[in-house]
Design a protein around this ligand. Structure first.
Ligand code: SME
Length: 203
């Protein structure tokens, strides 16, 4: 039995993580209940702050992160919300300089959810690493961005990059772009797991 005033009960449930602020609107009046209300207990939504940051090899870090990304995506149909959380989860785990998405809009890639400094908003097909990945429908690993013809420098701090295409019905619908301040930062382990991660996103 819950003891105390309604406000005390609410506050205790809130601070114990049983309720979130949206739960309050689910309270119903019920005449025969001592406090005049029925409280529907609802497990607090999983928050991004619950992300468990893994240590270990790069592969181990991805292996720990992927089930958590599945959890973040589970039951959420909104593309912007999902791209935003995937970018945030990757940024939190790996601390990369820039990680985010560009989405195909007509003849261009347009900036989508990302984590990191402000970035170029539009990239044409075959321009830069992102546009090349789109045109080739393939993951590109660039160990030295300055050696990549046509690389678009959104920031001079970026030294290496990996771009992974996202597919919808066999067509490239966007790309995941990751930049590092360190040269030669990305390899086929990143490719393997990032390709696995983007397949989890329903476009
Ligand atoms: N460097 C990318 C442009 C996007 S930013 O790095 C965020 C490219 O060459 O396509």
């Amino acid at each position: 039995m819950l003891a105390g005033s309604k406000i005390q009960i609410f506050n205790r449930l809130l601070s114990n993580g049983y309720l979130n602020k949206y739960t309050i609107i689910t309270l119903n009046r019920e005449k025969n209940y001592k406090y005049g209300f029925t409280v529907f207990l609802q497990k607090k939504e999983t928050m991004a702050e619950d992300l468990q940051i893994a240590k270990g090899s790069k592969a181990e870090q991805y292996q720990a992160l992927i089930p958590q990304i599945k959890g973040l995506l589970d039951g959420e149909p909104d593309l912007v919300a999902n791209l935003a959380n995937v970018a945030a989860a990757l940024k939190e785990q790996f601390g990369w300089f820039w990680v985010g998405f560009y989405l195909v809009r007509q003849e261009e890639l347009v900036l989508g959810p990302f984590q990191g400094p402000v970035a170029c908003t539009r990239i044409r097909k075959n321009r830069g690493v992102c546009g090349a990945s789109w045109a080739q429908a393939a993951t590109l690993i660039v160990p030295d961005v300055e050696a990549f013809p046509g690389h678009i420098a959104c920031s001079s701090l970026s030294k290496s990059e990996i771009v992974v295409p996202l597919f919808k019905n066999g067509e490239v619908a966007g790309v995941l772009d990751v930049d590092s301040e360190l040269p030669d930062h990305f390899d086929t382990t990143d490719q393997q797991y990032l390709e696995e991660i983007v397949k989890l996103i329903a476009l």
